[in-house]
Ligand binder design. Structure first.
Ligand SMILES: [Zn+2]
Length: 323
């Protein structure tokens, strides 16, 4: 599509309330010179200044293009992002998550970036596809809208950014499991694509985090520790909602959200350690780590009262202490 014309429409839509329009356009990379690294949506549906907001605030140049954010070294594209100051360890971890997210995008020298229209299979804008998009948007009911709102609340959870990024990517089905990599046409070659824990065929997020026997064992332990008894939906988004809504008071709901994010982040780490280093893990040990980390995060964020020490926090029926 013609770049100048589209850029004007995109700028106009950005000023108004045309979220549906912005959701349906995507930047297709050429040499990356005409696409803003942080502010244009070229990886997934969100721009990186939203999904990696803390890094965006630290970057040296917020308007830098994708093409200026790396260079070719002996035929291989190497990302080279510049920061306003030395990064802390936790920020380096977030940069690793960012690198994971953009690893499959490589600029193509000699071609210009262009806009494509997601609503049509050929990427070309048409009145009919626009009409269909608006119609389907209107049919999204109130429940779905409130579900999206609840998912977004993950960003307000008392946990480090790297853990929030992992939880958010799970909720949006964007963690790089074998099935997601296949969907993005990334060749996995000889890599084992089964569940690393129970060897069930075809690794996918809902199995890994929720329905795998190992995950079930972990959630059993977490439920008896927290004292909540709830249904266990087999989709991550529904699980997040049901789990966090188990608290009657807002404070308890916030604590449960931190625990949920801690579980997800540490499970994902264990998954990676198993795949890349062959390390196994014990459910009891991981639960202990989740207890300690979630206690620290809640303390740091000032959510826990001073008399809630670690030994009290680790006792069973946790939420009964807040009634
Ligand atoms: Zn499994």
């Amino acid at each position: 599509m013609e770049n100048g014309w589209w850029s004007k429409i995109v700028a106009a839509a950005g000023r108004g309330n045309e979220g549906w329009f912005l959701e349906n356009i995507k930047r297709r990379l050429g040499d990356g010179r005409g696409t803003k690294f942080w502010e244009d949506s070229w990886v997934g549906r969100e721009s990186l200044n939203i999904s990696f907001h803390r890094l965006y605030r630290l970057c040296e140049n917020r308007k830098v293009s994708v093409g200026e954010s790396g260079r070719w070294v002996e035929g291989v594209w190497v990302w080279d992002l510049k920061w306003r100051r030395e990064l802390r360890d936790c920020e380096r971890e977030t940069v690793k998550s960012l690198m994971d997210a953009i690893s499959s995008f490589v600029p193509t020298a000699g071609t210009k970036d262009r806009w494509t229209w997601r609503a049509a299979t050929d990427g070309r804008y048409s009145t009919k596809s626009t009409y269909d998009t608006i119609k389907s948007k209107r049919s999204v009911n109130q429940n779905q809208r409130s579900e999206v709102k609840t998912l977004v609340s993950v960003w307000k959870t008392a946990a480090p950014q790297k853990a929030l990024v992992t939880a958010w990517r799970l909720l949006r089905n964007r963690l790089p499991t074998a099935d997601n990599l296949r969907k993005r046409n990334i060749m996995l070659g000889d890599v084992n694509q089964d569940c690393p824990w129970c060897h069930a065929h075809g690794e996918n997020l809902n199995h890994l985090f929720l329905t795998c026997s190992k995950a079930q064992e972990l959630w059993d332990e977490i439920q008896s520790w927290t004292g909540i008894s709830s249904a266990r939906p087999s989709s991550a988004a529904a699980h997040w909602i049901v789990f966090s809504e188990c608290g009657k008071e807002k404070k308890v709901r916030n604590l449960l959200k931190t625990i949920w994010v801690g579980c997800i982040w540490l499970m994902w780490r264990k998954r990676n350690e198993k795949i890349f280093e062959g390390k196994d893990w014990e459910v009891k040990t991981l639960v202990r780590e989740i207890k300690i980390r979630s206690w620290c995060w809640n303390k740091i964020f000032g959510i826990l009262d001073p008399d809630m020490d670690l030994s009290r926090w680790c006792c069973d029926d946790l939420i009964s202490h807040f009634l």
